[in-house]
Design a binder for this molecule. Structure first.
Ligand SMILES: [Zn+2]
Length: 160
């Protein structure tokens, strides 16, 4: 299957980089237990501090198998939605797959990003990364995402 490479994505991400780099983003961790990955109501990804706290708590309630609870991760993995810490909600580093880009696009389509907002700059960059290469069925979504990104960049260029 052929893919389209969208070169505008690099330009927009470059233009947003100094702003996006100020967004607080933590490394993602997850908790392996003897019964599989630990899932909370808010998901299964954690920042390091919250993951460690949850790990201690789980071990305390299952002392016999405490050694089998492990904080795993610490590297960037692929996600269909932008991950947040299950406890404190901080953004976690991830590679967004196409569906993650679509998820962000559906948000920004109705809620345009604010020029100068570090979180939006980061989220728009993440969204666009997911649309860097698209299959034909996602080309029109990529175009829409790029238009949102270009609108943000040009709004930032206007002196307030
Ligand atoms: Zn946290």
């Amino acid at each position: 299957m052929s893919t389209t490479y969208h070169s505008e994505v690099d330009e927009i991400i470059d233009a947003l980089r100094s702003l996006a780099s100020q967004c607080r983003v933590e490394t993602a961790y997850w908790i392996a237990t003897p019964d599989g990955e630990y899932e909370s109501q808010n998901g299964s990804d954690w920042c390091r501090d919250c993951g460690m706290a949850k790990l201690r708590n789980l071990r305390k309630h299952d002392r016999r198998r405490a050694d089998e609870y492990i904080l795993d991760g610490g590297w960037v993995s692929e996600h269909d939605t932008p991950p947040m810490c299950a406890h404190c909600g901080v953004k976690l580093k991830a590679t967004l797959l196409a569906y993650g880009g679509i998820y962000e696009l559906e948000h920004f389509r109705d809620n345009p990003p604010a020029p100068g907002d570090v979180n939006h700059a980061y989220e728009i960059s993440e969204m666009l990364s997911a649309f860097q290469y698209t299959r034909a069925e996602h080309d029109s979504l990529a175009k829409e995402a790029i238009e949102i990104g270009l609108a943000l960049v040009s709004a930032m260029a206007v002196p307030a």
